[in-house]
Design a protein around this ligand. Structure first.
Ligand code: C2E
Ligand code: MG
Ligand code: MG
Ligand code: MG
Length: 281
């Protein structure tokens, strides 16, 4: 317990006094437990992927499916990705989990293509993967093994990718783009330096975060921000997806503003492959 307290104190930085509380030891035990259970889920291939459609706002046509990881810890009881993804990034478990997810997404895209031959699959990446050696080669090899083309795959990343080594990240994004993959900035607008970093990043798509979409009808200031993002993206030749569209009104307004694509509960919630196939049909 003293070790845990010490390491937590270090993590909190030397300017912070650390007061030991039993509650903290309790939380650490829960974390270890969760980590072990997640490892079992990886080992026993019990992780799942759900898919949510991304649609062309002008035509309503589905253009892509975003793969979202699901972890069912007990019958009917899912741990939210917002909880297990950050944990897996800390423990390194995100690497095997993501390798599984990427191969599974490629498998699933092959199934989807039987229903709709021009569909793409979008996969979320973690900054941890980005800093690993051979990451590019692994992704490209997996695509090839599944007899897919690089053009059929989109990689979604957040600006956290720029935190550690932005030169490396930019070079890697360039490699992916040159190989024909589509690169998307996810959760756009929630970071600390959106406007300046966008200029540096060789992405071809951005996803406006749900935070700016949810009140777009009621809040003129949110609409103004979305207009600004759209104008800038147009200048930079970057396509735009609006995340978190929940109403028809929002979809219509975004289409009027010139937003290319949309995603959200209004169109469909994330769902297992079988349901997604029915949705496509
Ligand atoms: P994200 O990539 O921004 O994914 C969109 C999230 O918004 C998903 O949450 C989705 O279920 C949710 N969403 C979609 N439409 C709506 C809507 O209309 N209203 C509301 N309220 N929510 C909507 P989810 O599945 O819980 O995933 C959360 C985050 O976890 C993802 O955000 C992504 O950052 C991360 N994540 C999920 N799967 C993976 C994965 O395989 N690898 C990595 N590295 N991260 C993942
Ligand atoms: Mg995403
Ligand atoms: Mg997002
Ligand atoms: Mg997100």
């Amino acid at each position: 317990q003293a070790d845990i307290a010490m390491s937590m104190a270090k993590r909190q930085g030397r300017n912070h006094l650390f007061f030991y509380k039993p509650q903290i030891a309790q939380n650490q035990r829960l974390d270890v437990n969760l980590r072990n259970q997640f490892q079992q889920a990886i080992d026993q291939e019990r992780l799942q992927l759900f898919y949510q459609p991304i649609v062309d706002l002008k035509t309503g046509k589905v253009i892509a499916a975003e793969a979202l990881m699901r972890w069912q810890i007990h019958e009917g009881n899912y741990v939210p990705p917002a909880k297990f993804i950050p944990m897996a990034e800390t423990t390194g478990q995100i690497i095997p989990a993501s390798q599984w997810a990427f191969a599974q997404a490629c498998d699933d895209l092959r199934v989807m293509l039987q229903q709709q031959s021009d569909l793409q699959v979008c996969v979320n990446l973690s900054a941890v993967q980005f800093s690993r050696a051979n990451f590019f080669e692994q992704i490209v090899a997996t695509i090839e093994e599944h007899q897919l083309t690089n053009q059929q795959v989109e990689l979604e990343l957040t600006e956290s990718i720029l935190m550690d080594d932005s030169e490396h990240a930019i070079a890697l994004i360039n490699r992916f783009r040159e190989a024909g993959l589509s690169m998307t900035i996810d959760d756009f607008g929630t970071g600390f330096s959106s406007l300046s970093y966008l200029k540096k990043l060789p992405v071809n798509k951005l996803k406006i975060d749900r935070a700016f979409i949810q009140d777009i009808i009621k809040k003129p200031s949110d609409e103004a921000i979305v207009r600004g993002i759209l104008a800038m993206a147009r200048q930079l030749n970057i396509a735009v997806v609006a995340e978190g569209i929940e109403t028809k009104e929002q979809a219509v307004r975004l289409a009027e503003l010139g937003c290319d694509y949309g995603q959200g509960y209004y169109f469909a919630k994330p769902m297992p492959l079988a349901e997604f196939m029915e949705f496509l049909a």
